[in-house]
Design a protein around this ligand. Sequence first.
Ligand code: NAD
Length: 357
Amino acid sequence: MEFNIALLRGDGIGPEIVDSAVEVLKKTAEKFGHKFNFTPYLIGGAAIDETGVPLPQETIDGCLASDSVLLGSVGGPKWDSQPPANRPEKGLLGIRAALELFTNLRPAKLYPTLKDASPLRSDIAENGFDIMIVRELTGGIYFGERGRREGKYGEEAYDTECYSRMEIERIAKVAFETAMKRNKNIISIDKSNVLESSRLWREVVHEMAKDYPEVTLTDMLVDNAAMQLVKNPAQFDVVVTSNMFGDILSDEASQITGSIGMLPSASLGATTRGMYEPIHGSAPDIAGQNVANPIATILSASMMLKFSFNLTAEADAIDAAVDKFLEQGYRTADLVGSTGVKPLSTTEVTAKILELL
Ligand code: NAD
């Protein structure tokens, strides 16, 4: 099969890690008989330097014309003095909006070989975990009506959590479809003991569950979920939740894996086109030194194959190569800790993973 992939390398370590993932995608295409065409576009600080704006129209058009988008990261101290409307992050928010990406998929997996990196107590980390957080990305309180007004106690500010049946249905559908490809287990997180928007959330998710009789659905209140994530993370398979709860819980989940350089993400809309990116930032402190861990971006590319191109065997092959890389004891600088292992450079990691593919 043939696919067109837009590359948004961005800033800092972005170009190094995207180039690494492209090598892995090329090798996968060769191995399985596919053709991937790559076209780079500017975003973030790099785009400001070249064109004056963080998201040139050419980038939007190119991404819309592609089958999927692979992003590195944006931002860095060089552009910190830009006015708020022209900061590199505006490019990121702009491209998410232009591609109408309403779902954020964030896996948080504790690799058995990296258990020591987790801040969890060893008897909890021992059980490992592999969670897929499905977060609603374009609704809820971050996009609801807000403002300032005179209230009972003087000046007050308000934000509104609002969800429509349609918005809940479409994110729930993604969660159920995702669960069908995994262990068929969903925990839906809300605050239905207090919030009306959560009561509608729960109602709609349960209605949708009728279409997926094989999936086990459990409800959990968000305060309990925050505790359960550190107490017994192994109980979670797929988590579906609103924009704000997902924002907070997905950061908590990523932290308990202990390895920011390992975690990929996907943002999806109504079409198969998605945007795939590591969860970490542009790491300006190590940019250009060939020491960044490219695995989060390589795993983001694997998610692209699975979720946008339906190439599951190909994605599994990449994931297996990463597993073998870790099992064989290879490490990047961010994973070495106090092990005394000599870390591999970005290009050495890439070469090793290509060899293991
Ligand atoms: P960061 O994630 O860039 O870095 C935090 C720490 O983790 C740094 O010490 C960094 O060296 C390390 N790190 C991150 N990724 C790594 C990797 N792949 N391999 C090895 N080490 C890695 O977060 P920050 O320092 O808060 O932000 C730096 C810049 O990135 C800021 O301009 C911020 O706005 C931007 N940012 C961008 C995104 C994005 O593009 N999606 C996300 C977060 C932050």
